[in-house]
Design a protein around this ligand. Sequence first.
Ligand SMILES: *Cc1c(COP(=O)(O)O)cnc(C)c1O
Length: 360
Amino acid sequence: MSRVYNFSAGPAVLPEEVLQSAADEMLDYNGTGMSVMEMSHRSKAFEKIITEAEADIRELMNIPDNYKVLFLQGGASQQFAMIPMNLMKNKVADYIVTGQWAKKAYQEASKYGKVNKIASSEDKTFTYIPDCSDLPISEDADYVYICENNTIYGTKFKELPNTKGKTLVADISSCFLSEPIDVSKYGIVYGGVQKNVGPAGMVIVIIREDLITEDVLPGTPTMLTYKTHADAKSLYNTPPAYGIYICGKVFKWLKAMGGLEVMKERNEKKAKILYDFLDQSKLFKGTVVAKDRSLMNVPFVTGDEEMDAKFVKEAKEAGLENLKGHRTVGGMRASIYNAMPIEGVEALVAFMKKFEEENL
Ligand SMILES: *Cc1c(COP(=O)(O)O)cnc(C)c1O
């Protein structure tokens, strides 16, 4: 067996220890004689899995008691609708548009009320985070929305926007559990798990209790009402059970690694290796304003499309996979999530050096 270094933006690399442990338990989970895929979500064994998963993510993220943790289906994209349907009491929301995912969320919310784009970085292909210290926050805004780490463009909010007292809602799909955050600063933080936490098809929503109400927009489906899932502890219907199980294993892996402070240091160290190389390279160039660079997604270009394609092809032959950039940015993108070992980043930089020598 040989595993490649997988730089995919998502679904993405998971810790090998987690995959191995899931493989070991595939046919017989913990003496139950069945796989987690085959068991009732109301069984004792699964109850333990979901209870421990919640306790572990609460510990890792230091989630305050007045927040609920929901394990839901529909990916991150379903939240683009669920958020306005549940939070738009005044039917007004302010969105900061820093990439395609924020833009999609903004467009979806526009179906339900008056949605203001209060800042955007679209003028420069989303290569920076706008100054959010003094934005025209709407007086009657139900919430202010951001996408905290922009997976496609490789930018990250290093400071949260000044929402002037309004509830902050953040999509943290691609920086989920990559570093500590102060959950109490948000009304909702949520993320699709396939970027940094687990298998696709599942989203984790961390929501302050006062935002969970029956007072949702008329016609909101039962399944899209936060209260349904909060009241049922994510077991209103059959949850994404196998996904919850794998995420639970990743939480235990993160705890064993030393928690999110340690992950942050590790992620900074990995990203520095790549950014330091890009900053002195004569062939490759990072596309993002230095102060707004993501620790997770690193886009770069040579400035020549044919050269980019040659690089991606030869990198793949060298066991460095999924380095092609998003179609809207071109060039390359290396996603270096929690589970990417430092050796993977070192191998990438060594390959880039060699490629540069051969092609300059
Ligand atoms: C991938 C991604 C999404 C979409 O996730 P799905 O689970 O496919 O809906 C949303 N937001 C961000 C920041 C992402 O990276």
